[in-house]
Design a protein around this ligand. Structure first.
Ligand SMILES: [Fe+2]
Length: 311
């Protein structure tokens, strides 16, 4: 009999998600979950798109479309009308709250509303950090360097102004990554679930504070929601992988999947478009920015400790 375990989250909600499917000893549960997961899975990036008439007043039908996509693929791309920045920021806050995203990360670059402007920064606190340049960003999940208590479960990323050229994101559902690895070799999952699989060495942060070494697994089951959680960075520097041949092979296989999988989606967000997701794997291509002030690439990002509601 399939055994369902539901976990209350920190708000007392229950996801109702089965979690034995992520247990390597429970292959029947895994196969049942896998079949359900892949049935009707989006095939192209256009399958992820949802039109939203008004970010401030999302309709029940729009809500259901976004929720269903996040439940199936852990992500949705919404398209709405462009708004001036002073109206956009509070609208994004309302939109996030509508989907249960209330507890935003206390990020050093976040402003009072929890939003971080992602743009080329030539001075100030963000200057010199790769997200705030026109350079490519390698595959990662957000907050991979955080301690488990500060894990990022959801991300909202909204495009106010695209680059002149480039700046696309590739997106990949961590649950599909899990399937690819487990199908190839279940021991890859075992290696990447080790509590010291991936370690971020201690470092002095931008604000001068010392961040302790952060070891942890790539794959884990969130004890609050029962959902699969993934923590990953393809960066070569400042990541210490467990010295073990299976870990090395598993990471190489994962990187191969990220380069070749047909379910990797590419999107170049245009003004008024955004991504709402349960912290999916993503990267960014390099871009050429506009030169005219006020026209340069500008995205707003917020990260949350909550998952998208009802997913
Ligand atoms: Fe990111």
């Amino acid at each position: 009999m399939r055994h369902l375990v539901s976990y209350p989250d920190e708000r007392g909600q229950s996801s109702g998600k089965p979690n034995r499917c992520f247990d390597l000893r429970e292959n029947d549960d895994y196969l049942a979950w896998r079949t359900e997961k892949l049935a009707g899975y989006p095939e192209t990036v256009d399958d992820l798109r949802v039109a939203i008439a008004d970010l401030n007043a999302v309709t029940p039908a729009e809500t259901e479309q976004i929720t269903a996509l996040c439940r199936k693929a852990n992500m949705a791309i919404y398209q709405t009308k462009t708004l001036p920045v002073d109206q956009l920021r509070p609208a994004l806050g309302r939109f996030a709250t509508h989907f249960g995203l209330c507890r935003s990360e206390a990020h050093r670059s976040a402003e009072a509303d929890g939003l971080v402007p992602i743009e080329v920064a030539t001075k100030g606190g963000r200057h010199g950090f790769i997200p705030y340049t026109d350079k490519p960003l390698s595959w990662h999940t957000d907050g991979y360097y955080n301690k488990p208590a500060d894990r990022i479960r959801a991300v909202l990323m909204h495009c106010a102004r695209p680059a002149a050229q480039g700046g696309a994101n590739h997106l990949f559902d961590p649950e599909i990554a899990y399937i690819r690895l487990r199908d190839e070799n279940p021991d890859y999952i075992k290696a990447l679930s080790h509590r010291r699989a991936m370690t971020i060495p201690g470092f002095v942060d931008q604000d001068g504070s010392f961040r302790e070494e952060a070891p942890g697994p790539v794959f884990s089951v969130d004890r609050f929601t029962g959902a699969l959680q993934m923590r990953y960075s393809a960066r070569k520097r400042n990541i210490v992988w467990r010295q073990d041949s299976l870990t090395t092979e598993a990471v190489a296989f994962l990187n191969h999947v990220l380069e070749h999988d047909p379910l990797v989606f590419k999107v170049n967000l245009q003004a008024g478009e955004g991504l709402i997701c349960n912290n999916v794997l993503h990267n960014r291509t390099a871009f050429t920015d506009h030169t005219e002030p006020g026209k340069t690439r500008l995205l707003f990002r917020a990260r949350y400790k909550d998952r998208v509601l009802n997913t």
